[in-house]
Design a protein around this ligand. Structure first.
Ligand SMILES: [Zn+2]
Length: 55
């Protein structure tokens, strides 16, 4: 089974988003947004729901 690129973030699981300001040290203030779909992995593993279902 191969890992597929997460369609939600297109593989960019964690993207630094500039908040448009600088902190006291002059550093750009950025936050890291983790993709909720792949949990920051950038890939998704598709599972067959029926295949794993054991009632
Ligand atoms: Zn993702």
């Amino acid at each position: 089974m191969t890992h597929r690129i997460c369609p939600n973030c297109d593989g960019y699981a964690s993207a630094a988003i500039t908040l448009g300001g600088r902190d006291q040290n002059g550093h750009l203030r950025t936050i890291t947004a983790h993709c909720p779909a792949c949990h920051g992995t950038g890939t998704t593993r598709t599972r067959s729901t029926r295949e794993g279902a054991r009632a």
